[in-house]
Design a protein around this ligand. Structure first.
Ligand code: ATP
Ligand code: MG
Length: 571
């Protein structure tokens, strides 16, 4: 394609108030423009990238036998009411009424519609298994759209759904998707990890996320370099090194004005590990709950929410009212309210915590002896904790979720009556799975992982073009003639890497070389072919790799082969 025919509105300045690298670069390189909060327009280059990714998604889905279909974005409320998600999902769902006053919503995902169509059409085990997928728009009124196209309110998702006769069948569909996902993200040039995850609103069976590590990520993932343990911090488990006990006489100690674990620990010169952090929270059912963890540990709010629902931390006033003591001196002994304690303090050794009396703490507390609680894992794993699989230290990394896979079982098929007759004529619910990948998020994650100070460095599989030809002086007939020739010839080469022809962009604008170089680096096409008068005099052109900025002069009669080889060499 010709640069002069393409709309690529690059910007020299970094727009203000924008943080994510991918957002800055997509704007600056003319890939996207923002319409409103969380709504983006994909300009020609941006759309080409999405199409590249969608092609990879399609190819890998078809490879595992998935069939493409298309479902409406506008849904009748009843189907969502039948599964209950009409009520459990809150502001994230866009709701509206049609002209007859009927409740409708915009699809934020399609489990309901999929289970509905399966309930109508699948009658017998002979029709199973099936995998259906679509690449289509989703709408979610996200609380915090952010990072450009990383989190938007309207986005394209590849969503696939598997239907099986039994759990063994689901395991196989899940395995097929896992393999497809590895191929997809590898082909897209992403660094990624497959991690155990929290199924959230999808269900409560096995699920995994595919996470692209980058500082721009919203998620923390826990990784073990010694074995293959990898989990989202929301569900990650790990152990703590064994604590050598201290001997502390059971007695109250005067700790004037010292409230936090840190303050008391410094005041008494006793390590925070020997403290019990006691927190008062108010559960979803409006019940007070006393939550306990080891003094040096943090609460994992997601883990606690799984037990008591969405909760809030008690205010100063609530604590006074419920426990009769100031926050900061609350301890585990002597309250009749529900208690949940983390496994990190389930040891019969001496600890210190609040004495439930202003300005006093109590030492020598022995869990299980002085107080009882519901013992469970509510701790947030941190760097250097011990891997639950192999015992070596784990590390924590920031990452962006680019895809996920969920086992749904009968969560949607039962309420929507998606039953089939098995071999023995017995009616059974279809066993379902659901699998998503966000196209634009893959593109943004690729930029977050591949850029330099001058712009984007596309992994070549998803670059909008393979090769950019840059004639420096459009006024020089010899330059233009050669550029046009190479444009034709390279474009005729079959790109066996991508199973199509080479896609070549020629910068035929009448611009200064400096402008062309800056734009070329900004838009990030892997190979630049520079045609300048000086080299031409020696019958040479320059081939430059965007990623490494390595450049070499090659003679004109070998140009095509050298360009194609350089393309194959780079990644
Ligand atoms: P997140 O935790 O980031 O909100 P999610 O768990 O809600 O993601 P799913 O509903 O499972 O995500 O969607 C599948 C995929 O769709 C995600 O892995 C991600 O790639 C993409 N995706 C989800 N929400 C958005 C969004 N608001 N903008 C862009 N892509 C999204
Ligand atoms: Mg979400």
């Amino acid at each position: 394609m010709r640069y002069s025919n393409l709309f690529i509105p690059t910007m020299r300045e970094t727009p203000s108030g924008i943080n994510a690298i991918s957002h800055i670069l997509m704007l600056r390189a003319g890939y996207v423009r923002q319409l409103a909060a969380g709504l983006f327009i994909f300009l020609p280059l941006g759309w080409r990238v999405l199409n590249k990714i969608n092609t990879i998604l399609k190819e890998e889905m078809e490879r595992i036998g998935a069939q493409e279909i298309s479902m409406p974005i506008l849904h009748p409320a009843e189907i969502w009411q039948q599964t209950g998600r009409w009520y459990t999902i809150k502001e994230e769902m866009f709701r509206l009424k049609d002209r007859t006053g009927r409740d409708m919503c915009l699809g934020m995902t399609h489990e309901e519609i999929m289970a509905w169509i399966a309930s109508k059409e699948i009658k017998s085990y002979r029709q199973l298994p099936q995998i259906w997928y679509q690449i289509q728009t989703k709408l979610r009124d996200e609380a915090r759209p952010r990072g450009g196209v990383l989190r938007t309110r309207e986005f394209i998702m590849k969503d696939s759904y598997s239907f099986d006769i039994d759990w063994k069948g689901l395991d196989e569909s899940y395995r097929l998707h896992t393999e497809a996902y590895h191929r997809i993200f590898t082909r897209c040039g992403l660094l990624y990890y497959q991690v155990e995850s929290d199924p959230g609103i999808m269900g409560d069976l096995e699920s995994h996320e595919f996470m692209a590590p980058t500082p721009a990520g919203e998620d923390d993932i826990v990784l073990c370099d010694n074995c293959d343990y990898a989990a989202n911090i929301e569900v990650a488990k790990a152990n703590l090194p064994t604590l050598l006990p201290l001997n502390l006489e059971f007695k109250e100690i005067y700790t004037p004005q010292k409230k936090s674990v840190k303050e008391v620990s410094e005041f008494l010169n006793i390590d925070e590990k020997f403290f019990i952090k006691t927190l008062l929270v108010i559960s979803e059912k409006n019940e007070p709950v006393l939550v306990m963890l080891r003094g040096d540990q943090e609460l994992n709010e997601k883990k606690l929410a799984k037990i008591i629902g969405e909760f809030t931390f008690a205010t100063f006033e609530q604590a006074e009212e419920i426990l009769g003591v100031e926050l900061g001196f609350v301890g585990p002994i002597g309250h009749n309210i529900k208690k949940i304690a983390d496994l990190s303090i389930q040891r019969e050794i001496h600890y210190i915590s609040g004495a439930n009396k202003k300005d006093y703490h109590l030492q020598g507390i022995v869990p299980g002896v002085h107080f009882e609680a519901q013992w469970t894992d509510i701790r947030k794993v941190k760097e250097r904790d011990l891997c639950p699989k192999c015992g070596k230290s784990v590390r924590v990394e920031k990452a962006i979720e680019v895809g996920n896979i969920f086992k749904l079982g009968t969560k949607y098929t039962e309420p929507l009556h998606a039953y089939f007759l098995d071999r023995d004529g017995v009616e059974k619910p279809i066993i379902m799975g659901s699998y998503g990948i966000g196209t634009a998020r893959v593109a943004a994650a690729a930029i977050e992982q591949n850029y330099d100070k001058d712009g984007i460095i596309w992994p070549k599989s998803i670059s909008p073009f393979d090769i950019e030809i840059i004639p420096l002086n459009m006024g020089d007939a010899k330059t233009v003639k050669l550029a046009e020739e190479l444009y034709e010839k390279v474009g005729e080469i079959y790109n066996s890497f991508a199973d199509r022809h080479m896609e070549v962009l020629i910068d035929d604008r009448d611009e200064r070389p400096g402008v062309k170089f800056k734009d070329a680096d900004l838009i990030g096409i892997p190979i630049q072919v520079i045609i300048g008068e000086k080299a031409l005099k020696e019958n040479k052109i320059e081939i430059r790799k965007r990623r490494t900025k390595e450049s070499k002069l090659v003679s004109i009669n070998k140009a095509v082969v050298e360009i194609v080889n350089s393309y194959y060499e780079t990644y």
